[in-house]
Design a protein around this ligand. Sequence first.
Ligand SMILES: C[S@@+](CC[C@H](N)C(=O)[O-])C[C@H]1O[C@@H](n2cnc3c(N)ncnc32)[C@H](O)[C@@H]1O
Ligand SMILES: [Zn+2]
Length: 368
Amino acid sequence: MKLQTIKEREIKLSIPVEEKLTKRMDVFYNPEMKFDRDLSEVIVKILKPKKICDLFCASGVRGLRYASILEDSEVVLNDKNPRVVEFARKNAELNKLKVRIENKDANKLVLEERFDFIDIDPFGSPIYFLDSAAKSIRIGGTVAITATDTAPLCGTSPLTSLRRYGIKSLRTDFSKEIGLRILISAAIRNFAKYDLAFKPIFSYYQRHYFRIFGKIERGAGRADKLLKQFSYFSYCQKCGWRKEGISEKCEFCGRKTNLIQEIYLGNFASKEFCNQILKEIGGSTEIDKILPPKVKETGTHISSLIRRVRDEQNFPLYFDIHKLCKLNKKQPKKMVILLEKLEGKRTHFSETGIKTKKNLEDILESLS
Ligand SMILES: C[S@@+](CC[C@H](N)C(=O)[O-])C[C@H]1O[C@@H](n2cnc3c(N)ncnc32)[C@H](O)[C@@H]1O
Ligand SMILES: [Zn+2]
């Protein structure tokens, strides 16, 4: 096996040379997830958890990055693949970082110990690990969850979404937000079974994954407060009309609507926490009027993502202007103009999306 040494931020990694990224790789290392690891490192730095579990460690990069910034915390790296775990061990030595390495099935490990921060970053769906995480996480701790099964969550396979997450997904013009909210809904319900509240402090979407961070609080009352923010949602696939609650007929074009089962419609990030992240990365906390498009350098990109996520809270689900134009035979207008007319904000979900409290009729009028 040919090996290479690479560097991610301050961490050196010895990994096999691989032709392409597959689940069958000897040691799974995805450079595209560096963005998420940068962001997660900042979040961990703010939260300062005493005992951290990188439950699916692969090369060890994630847990080693956490260990490098929190010297007083206990960090456990785990992977069920024995070959992979040897790489994680060597990489810990390479960086002279003291971590504990475990080689167990994820569900088994978390049921044996308690943690203040559990990072769930498996292949595909994280749903199979949420029950044990609920039993292992300490009150006041945080659970970070990645889901890469974006297609079923966003509407391409409604029944897979129903099976895994308890809600049928639907193709809409805001499918990325539905996907994220289905995942959050499943997490909230899962923790609620144990009278725990999974309070989303930060959540976001990127091209091939969703990531959510939930702070865990004790009490049926706190869990219920989140459950009260669940609602049915009606959507017309012909014109893009939508309404919270059950409405069988579209109030815009009169056709039959599609119904999304009860889904979490509350905030998916805390504004205060977003400001803390911005402060930590040295970004300005002023509200940017128009944000630059995706920037490669992750430092800049992270702050624009955080600002968008922060500023789109307390708005209904986004409208995708291009998709609405297609459905209703309209011509798109410049974003700056629409944002002003609709008193809207940009959304991190889509470059052609808008968050606004106006309704479909107002939006279509602003396009005339
Ligand atoms: C997506 S990779 C993790 C990537 C890593 N967190 C990072 O940021 O580079 C998923 C890893 O989970 C491991 N894995 C899959 N199922 C597991 C299970 N049930 N318990 C523990 N590890 C598991 C695989 O061996 C693989 O190394
Ligand atoms: Zn309609």
